[in-house]
Ligand binder design. Structure first.
Ligand code: ADP
Ligand code: ZN
Length: 526
């Protein structure tokens, strides 16, 4: 067993964890916390956050108390540490009272190096008294962004963590997260009383991940093509919005010979645990999941993360895609995105519970995500800018590899908007994208005939673009808030932002998808 004193951090790194040297800011952070300093650590997924608190916990006298929301993973984390000879335990709601008592006794007897604690445990007065009676080396607050009420992953129990410092003023605290914009970072520091502590901010860049966002046409076919041509036999994660589509896509992949498993909160706990453990232990399993899956999953060789639905925020997208390529080898982050996604998400926000400020927040999150999808610039530059970092075009994303054209879509935008305007003003009618495009293309469909829309002055004025191109135009107008999505039938109306375009006062530059994104540097060929 480790002696309680004298071990130097580097010794512990080598002897216990079997690594030669620290990476990035690890050495600095470990030294600072070992000496009793507080710290806020921002490091991308796979950057090596765990050692930043594990080693100080081993070097300092007492038990390192790790607050983590990842209850489902505690057993795995503790097992992995025990396999290294680290005396670790956890306390959470999945245990029987007897199991908890045992861990409590170990803690009090000083027989633990690390104690993992679910945040809700701190609501229990007996847990607080227990901590009072033991010797605490440090508090590590993992997934610290969960304290941010405006973030994408708020956990109310995290708010109580602000009291740690009042109750145990002499115990150093280290808060860690892999996702935070400058604003969220400030909020974490304020809520956890870490404003005066040292902040260690690593670059969020994950150079080995190739970011690609493609127009959604036939998502299943596109996904299968991605897997077959670039990631056959690789482990990957496919994210879907709904439980139903998780199950359908998993079935589809299995039918196509891809070893896929479903994961969502509606599945039986035993099935979830089984699927998760197969994904972790077997090679080449594709997990089809809702965002319920993935936080804290440490599988180094996930070669691709595919999104079949649009994430709600850039933070979510970054965190989910960050599960690819923790081992540093080339990996793919692939997202298929289309008009229906924008319409659906705008609508979900409209229908969501909560006050105006809340909806405004959600809209801002979505707008940033849409800006990433619609950009004609380097995806990585855009992504890193969002997290407050400057960068140069990366050469390893779809827009760098096959630059999309930007074209002057002002007239096309005016045609769409004036169609919506005429339908509404002259007839008080609202329609969806399909019908608007039929009018622009001059198609005599039954619906056109029924409403006499061939008599509109805009009928047939849009034959210069194909149906797919019109969808692209409408998608981008919705993405930029120049068209509003309304009502149960997801019809379109004008917005404040439509007016200057209709009046010819504002130019609208649009993105034209490259015809075919050439297959480029990928997991295999790099
Ligand atoms: P994070 O929590 O930041 O996502 P982890 O702490 O899980 O990252 O570390 C990611 C991977 O990198 C793990 O497999 C870990 O063992 C490994 N790792 C961390 N630090 C080092 C290091 N200094 N040398 C070699 N491997 C490391
Ligand atoms: Zn790029």
């Amino acid at each position: 067993m480790l002696p309680e004193t004298a071990a130097a951090p580097l010794d512990v790194l080598r002897r216990v964890f079997g690594y030669d040297s620290f990476r990035g800011h690890q050495a600095e952070i470990v030294e600072h916390v070992t000496n009793g300093g507080d710290a806020l650590v921002l490091m991308p997924t796979g950057g090596g956050k765990s050692l930043c608190y594990q080693i100080p916990a081993l070097v300092r006298p007492g038990v390192g108390v790790v607050i983590s929301p990842l209850i489902a993973l505690m057993q795995d984390q503790v097992d992995a540490l025990r396999a290294l000879g680290v005396r670790a335990g956890f306390l959470n709601s999945t245990q029987t009272p007897d199991e908890r008592t045992l861990v409590e006794q170990e803690f009090l007897a000083g027989e633990l190096d690390l104690l993992y604690l679910a945040p809700e445990r701190l609501r229990v007065e007996s847990t607080v008294r227990l901590l009072d009676r033991g010797r605490i080396a440090l508090f590590a607050i993992d997934e610290a962004h969960c304290v941010s009420q405006w973030g994408h992953d708020f956990r109310p129990d995290y708010l109580m963590l602000s009291h740690l410092h009042e109750r145990w003023p002499d115990v150093p605290r280290i808060a860690l997260t892999a996702t935070a914009t400058p604003a969220t970072r400030a909020e974490i520091a304020a809520r956890l009383d870490l404003e005066d502590s040292r902040h260690f901010v690593s670059s969020f860049d994950r150079p080995n991940i190739q970011y690609r966002i493609v127009p959604k046409a036939e998502p299943r076919k596109q996904l299968l093509e991605l897997i077959r041509t670039e990631h056959a036999g690789d482990a990957g994660i496919v994210y879907c919005l709904s439980r139903r589509s998780v199950e359908q896509i998993a079935e589809f992949l299995v039918a196509q010979g891809v070893p896929a498993l479903p994961y969502h909160a509606g599945l039986d706990a035993a099935v979830r645990a089984e699927n998760q453990s197969r994904f972790l232990r077997e090679d080449g399993v594709v997990m089809v999941a809702t965002i319920a899956f993935g936080m804290g999953i440490d599988k180094p060789d996930v070669r691709f993360v595919a999104h079949l639905d649009l994430p709600k925020s850039v933070e979510g997208y970054y965190q989910e895609t960050g599960r690819a390529g923790r081992d540093g080898l080339p990996s793919t982050a692939w997202l298929a995105y289309g008009l229906a996604d924008v319409v659906q998400q705008r609508k979900m926000i409209e229908d969501s519970e909560g006050d105006r400020a809340h909806k405004h927040r959600l809209t801002q999150h979505l707008d940033a995500m849409l800006a990433l999808c619609e950009t004609v610039q380097c995806r990585r530059v855009q992504l890193l800018n969002y997290f407050g970092e400057q960068a140069e075009p990366c050469g390893n994303c779809d827009t760098c590899l096959a630059p999309p054209e930007a074209w002057d879509g002002t007239i096309a935008a005016q045609k769409v908007l004036s169609t919506v305007f005429r339908l509404d003003r002259e007839r008080g009618q609202r329609f969806g994208a399909g019908h608007i495009i039929d009018i622009l293309l001059g198609k005599h469909t039954p619906k056109v005939e029924q409403f006499d829309h061939q008599r509109l002055s805009v009928f047939g004025v849009g034959t210069e673009l194909s149906e797919a191109e019109w969808r692209g135009v409408i998608r981008q107008l919705v993405a930029r808030g120049m068209l509003a999505v309304e009502g149960t039938y997801q019809t379109f109306g004008l917005t404040e932002a439509s007016r200057p375009v209709l009046r010819g006062e504002q130019k609208v530059m649009l993105r034209r998808e490259p015809k075919r994104v050439p297959r480029t540097r990928t997991a295999r060929s790099a």
